[in-house]
Design a protein around this ligand. Structure first.
Ligand code: PMP
Length: 351
């Protein structure tokens, strides 16, 4: 609190990211990072970048990166916007599309940054409760609205919504619909092809999860050229160079390395299957996941206590002290070895 703060700063309720402890080595399963390294080609691209060129500003349009993404999705570069992490792309999208007379809609349990952006940009919102089993009922979104945003798969529940439901929501809404596909590559089908059919649909993805580049900060939006133009107007009124030169070359190389991308996504999916079975044997209910994390609750042992005991034993998972989910843990899928450590630690705690 300071006398120099503006009203809006006083009112903000900032996002609290998952712990990034510096004090000790944890088995870190709390922030949905990928346990595998980025593509060797991406690392090579950074290594061979002429460092002398860092004295120059990066390409403000990230042209080569947008072309590479457009090629992958069979679109034009005019359909692609890139930014400093999908958090930045989301923030610009809220400002570009969601400050409307009518309320923005999003699920009551979803990415906890959405209400923070609403606070920052003074956007009114209505949260739509998930069903009892944490699935989304698409019909609930067929009400008057100033925009809709849904993560798919949803976070932190990990549950995937069928593409047919997304199409229904786009068809019925006259405002912008954003599908936040941060976790789509771990078992879902992207809504990107639907952007050709619905000019109100914007799909946002990230390099942080399936491409193992959370540290580079890269995200992108895909949609009709008019939506992308709107985002560019915000970006060019905020920061002309959000994506640095090294991030641009590494991202292009990563996109061109499709086999590695497929292989590391498949590895996470296999590990998720095994971890799910092992946790079920220990008395956990595991929601059906299409993400690189699972959302679990135990028959008898409270989640908050388990979170603390796991941390004490050197295994970090995520606990949300929020209504409806305060007896759940969100566990990122790590390597097979990391998951084995989790399982044996839990075995010790529960038996
Ligand atoms: N959307 C969702 C649903 C997320 O969980 C995250 C990760 N915290 C993001 C977007 C943002 O990811 P990034 O900024 O690293 O691209």
């Amino acid at each position: 609190m300071s006398q120099y703060w503006t009203d809006i700063v006083n009112k903000l309720d900032p996002y609290i990211p998952g712990e990034q402890p510096q004090d000790q080595q944890y088995v870190k399963l709390n922030t949905n990072e990928n346990p595998y390294p980025p593509s060797a080609k991406a690392i090579q691209a950074i290594d061979s970048y002429k460092k002398d060129k860092l004295k120059l500003y990066p390409d403000p349009e990230s042209t080569l990166l947008r072309e590479a993404l457009a090629f992958r999705f069979n679109l034009q570069k005019e359909n692609i916007f890139v930014g400093n992490g999908s958090d930045e792309v989301l923030a610009h999208s809220f400002q570009a599309f969601f400050k409307q007379q009518k309320n923005l809609l999003f699920p009551d349990l979803s990415y906890s940054f959405y209400p923070v952006y609403c606070g920052l940009y003074e956007i009114e919102s209505t949260t739509i409760p998930l069903n009892e089993n944490f699935t989304i009922n698409s019909a609930d979104y067929n009400i008057d609205n100033g925009g809709i945003i849904i993560p798919n798969p949803n976070a932190p529940t990990s549950i995937l919504m069928p593409l047919s439901d997304i199409e229904k929501i786009c068809r019925e809404s006259s405002s912008v619909v954003i599908i936040d596909e941060a976790y789509i590559d771990f078992g879902g089908e992207t809504a990107i092809p639907l952007t050709k059919k619905y000019d109100n649909l914007l799909v946002i993805q990230t390099f942080s999860k399936s491409r193992s580049m959370a540290g580079l900060r890269l995200g992108y939006a895909v949609g009709h050229a008019a939506l992308i133009d709107g985002l560019n107007r915000i970006k060019n009124s905020f920061n002309s160079y959000p994506v640095d030169s090294l991030a641009q070359v590494a991202a292009v190389a990563s996109i061109k390395d499709e086999p590695y991308f497929q292989q590391s996504c498949q590895k996470i999916i296999q590990t998720r299957k095994k971890a799910t079975e092992d946790l079920q044997k220990l008395g956990f209910t595991v929601l059906p996941s299409a993400a690189n994390f699972i959302f679990v609750t135990h028959q008898t042992r409270g989640a908050q206590q388990l979170y603390a005991e796991l941390k004490q034993a050197g295994v970090l998972v995520r606990y949300f002290n929020k209504p409806r989910i305060d007896n759940y843990l969100r566990i990122t899928i790590g390597t097979d070895e990391e998951m084995q450590t989790l399982i044996s630690t839990l075995h010790g705690l529960l038996t």
